[in-house]
Design a protein around this ligand. Structure first.
Ligand SMILES: *[C@@H]1O[C@H](CO)[C@@H](O)[C@H](O)[C@H]1NC(C)=O
Ligand SMILES: *[C@@H]1O[C@H](CO)[C@@H](O)[C@H](O)[C@H]1NC(C)=O
Ligand SMILES: *[C@@H]1O[C@H](CO)[C@@H](O)[C@H](O)[C@H]1NC(C)=O
Ligand SMILES: *[C@@H]1O[C@H](CO)[C@@H](O)[C@H](O)[C@H]1NC(C)=O
Length: 441
């Protein structure tokens, strides 16, 4: 649930002087209209997200490219990069806790998010969402800030305030406290990663010290299952405090070591470093932590609520994805397998570009080595039709996802409904029972 800053739907929009052709497709849970489809019916196949521009609805993304989609329980955020100007933040779904910003209550189509008098939207570089809370990272000239709005469940605002979802907080944009983490004022502070679980959040901060650049992992929010602590496999499960309302320093790294990615489940989290180290936090109650295995050549990690996925590149034509944790609805992608760890099998000659985890399902964007065609694969709990397969049955092993847009291209100039090609796919994202695809055309 944490792929930072991917540029998508990009080159076509930038290489022509015409309007952007970027579109955003969504499927799955839609109880509060969070798919931006204009209604509140779950969608079992991919439909276009709608944007309200000057009170008119359109199915084209208003900007050159979708940088990121972030999803909460019943709300969605999208960060749209504009050609050469400031990015724009849009929101949809339930806004009753202030998770769509102070000015937007609820909507079934994407609308611009306003964050108050000062133009806080300027220079947003990343977004994230927890259950009913939204986060944006704002780039400053020297010091970045994490802005937060929506529910303060489990102290998610990170301000030290433990007031639970009070109305005064709800319609207020907070700033996550970070200065207490440093003994001296730091001249530069960059938020290089921000990743959230349903009830907690992690940030990786990069800052200057007299001995060089350092990175610090901090976390806040729900901590009952030891989510904010490095798991010690030698001791049995440990109980942490119910909530941590001020960001807590977990560990630090000194250059050249840096954090490559961080992914957060509901009671665990995994951090991959440039040394190939896998830091494991939180609970192993569902055997979701990899433990001590051969971690050489790890390329990607991902966490659903109760599972962990680790991709290793063994050779150019062979990738191995190992999944950890039990699963009742095929979330681990290993079929009927009752084991707690094993391989997820994708066809050979697929070059994986993205592996993204939703709450209980996984999407893979890959490219056929021979033809260069983009393929999307998915598996897991399909309760809301979130795999876009036209049904709601659990999908126990990787399954090819069909494109709803049939136009002439490598698919063979056919209107055949079995066509599986996705054209011009930029990136994919997954939320709480939702899947998102940005594509040209
Ligand atoms: C984007 O900006 C470049 C350079 O400013 C310009 O040449 C191009 O036409 C613009 N594209 C769009 C889609 O506005
Ligand atoms: C999401 O919406 C559904 C349908 O209205 C509701 O049952 C559920 O409680 C909502 N969840 C949250 C966290 O708002
Ligand atoms: C766990 O136990 C092993 C063997 O006794 C020891 O080498 C290791 O350092 C311990 N790990 C932690 C995190 O305490
Ligand atoms: C996954 O974890 C969440 C929270 O811990 C729990 O509510 C849910 O039932 C779990 N799902 C499965 C399929 O075990």
């Amino acid at each position: 649930m944490s792929v930072p800053w991917i540029i998508v739907c990009g080159f076509r929009a930038f290489s022509t002087a015409t309007m952007s052709t970027c579109k955003l497709w969504a499927a799955g849970s839609n109880a509060r209209g969070q798919l931006a489809s204009g209604d509140d019916e779950d969608s079992h196949s991919f439909r276009l997200a709608r944007f309200s521009v000057d009170e008119k609805e359109q199915e084209t993304v208003p900007g050159a490219m979708v940088s990121k989609v972030a999803c909460g329980a019943n709300h969605s955020l999208v960060l749209v990069a504009k050609n050469g100007s400031k990015p724009a933040l849009w929101g949809v779904g339930d806004g009753s806790m202030g998770q769509l910003g102070p000015g937007l209550s609820s909507s079934t189509v994407f609308r611009p998010i306003q964050l108050g008098e000062t133009n806080l939207i300027d220079d947003i570089i990343s977004i994230q969402a927890a259950w009913e809370t939204s986060f944006v990272v704002q780039r400053g000239s020297k010091v970045d800030q994490i802005l937060v709005f929506g529910s303060n469940d489990f102290g998610l605002h990170g301000t030290g305030d433990v007031t639970h979802s009070s109305s005064s907080l709800s319609h207020h944009v907070g700033i996550v406290a970070l200065s207490h983490l440093f003994s001296h004022k730091v001249p530069t502070l960059r938020v290089v990663h921000l990743a959230t679980g349903p009830r907690n959040a992690f940030a990786v901060l990069e800052y200057d010290t007299p001995v060089g650049l350092m990175q610090m992992l901090v976390g806040w929010g729900a901590a009952r299952h030891g989510q904010l602590e490095i798991h010690n496999h030698n001791t049995s499960s440990r109980r942490g405090p119910r909530q941590v309302a001020l960001p807590l320093r977990i560990t630090t790294w000194t250059r050249p070591t840096s954090v490559v990615d961080i992914s957060v489940g509901s009671q665990h989290a995994i951090v991959l470093t440039s040394d190939g180290e896998l830091l494991q936090l939180g609970s192993d109650g569902k055997s979701q932590l990899p433990g001590t295995m051969d971690f050489s050549s790890i390329i990607r990690i991902g966490c659903t609520w109760n599972n962990t996925f680790v991709q290793r590149g063994v050779s150019a034509s062979e990738v191995i994805i190992t999944s950890y944790g039990k699963s009742a609805h095929g979330q681990a992608g290993r079929g009927e397998d009752k084991e707690t760890a094993g391989h997820v099998y994708l066809p050979p000659f697929l070059e994986i570009r993205q592996l993204v985890c939703g709450s209980e399902h996984v999407l893979v964007r890959a490219q056929r080595e021979t033809s260069g065609i983009t393929e999307l694969w998915g598996w897991g709990w399909n309760e809301h039709g979130n795999l876009g397969l036209g049904h709601t049955e659990d999908t126990l092993t990787p399954t090819l996802l069909k494109s709803p847009c049939m136009t002439e291209d490598q698919c063979g100039k056919t209107e055949d409904a079995s066509c599986t090609c996705w054209q011009g796919v930029g990136a994919v994202w997954a939320g709480y029972g939702t899947s998102w695809i940005s594509a040209n055309g």
